[in-house]
Write a protein that binds this ligand. Structure first.
Ligand code: ADE
Length: 234
């Protein structure tokens, strides 16, 4: 997979991709992440990438021409499966969306800034608008890093244990069960005995039960979604 990110703040995105799993995924050749500085596409002598909004009002808009130039430059080099704009008014990111995007070949991410981008870019170039939650960040960069992380860890071979992404919270619409490590007893707090039993089927059943209980308690909406979808399939 290749991910191209267009941003006015490439330095903000350098560190998330230079450590741990995201770095290893690139070193292993499983993903390429390319950061593109929007200022390089500005024809303005001050490399300005913002402009006033028509109709007046506080707040600047990202300048139209550099954004289009950046998108078209990249599109001239390869086909993109999605051109994604990170914006608080987009569809909220969830595990299903990350799963779907993780099987694509080429993704382009555009990080929003200021009051956003000219609506005509959204209409003519953007294929998906994604929010990472109902709050407003100072720009789309951190959202792009979150989105890219959620996608990259799902690419086969990125995680050492091939099954570990499948047992994450939200896969199967369930939160993950509790986990324990050594020692078996700490300050009088024991690890549940079943986990020490070596009985793998019983442990799997226990984990499933705990995942259900936790989901019921904390996120009953996930279980409702599951049962309405099962109903829908019949
Ligand atoms: N830009 C600013 N806030 C954002 C959010 N919540 N999600 C995606 N992009 C954003």
């Amino acid at each position: 997979m290749r991910i191209d990110i267009i941003t006015v703040l490439p330095q903000l995105l350098e560190s998330p991709f230079s450590a741990s799993i995201l770095k290893r995924a690139q070193t292993k050749g499983l993903v390429e992440v390319h950061l593109h500085d929007l200022r390089k596409y500005s024809t303005n002598k001050h490399a300005q990438v913002d402009d006033y909004q028509y109709g007046g009002g506080a707040g600047m808009v990202m300048a139209l021409e550099p954004v289009v130039a950046a998108i078209e430059d990249l599109q001239g080099q390869r086909n993109y499966d999605e051109v994604i704009y990170l914006t608080p008014d987009g569809t909220t990111l969830d595990q299903r969306m990350a799963n779907r995007l993780s099987v694509q070949n080429n993704l382009m991410l555009l990080c929003g800034h200021y009051k956003g981008i000219d609506e005509r870019i959204r209409e003519h170039f953007i294929t998906k608008e994604i929010s990472i939650g109902d709050y407003v960040l100072s720009g789309g960069e951190l959202a792009a890093a979150v989105l890219a992380d959620s996608i990259i860890r799902l690419i086969p071979g990125v995680l050492n244990d091939g099954t570990s992404a499948l047992t994450d919270s939200f896969q199967d619409d369930l939160l993950a069960p509790p986990v324990y490590t050594r020692p078996a007893e700490y300050r009088g707090w024991p690890v549940p005995e079943i986990l020490l039993s070596g009985n793998t089927p019983a442990i799997e059943e226990w984990r499933h039960q705990k995942a259900l209980e936790r989901t019921q308690k904390r996120r009953p909406d996930l279980l409702k979604r599951q049962s309405s979808e099962e109903g829908g399939k019949i």
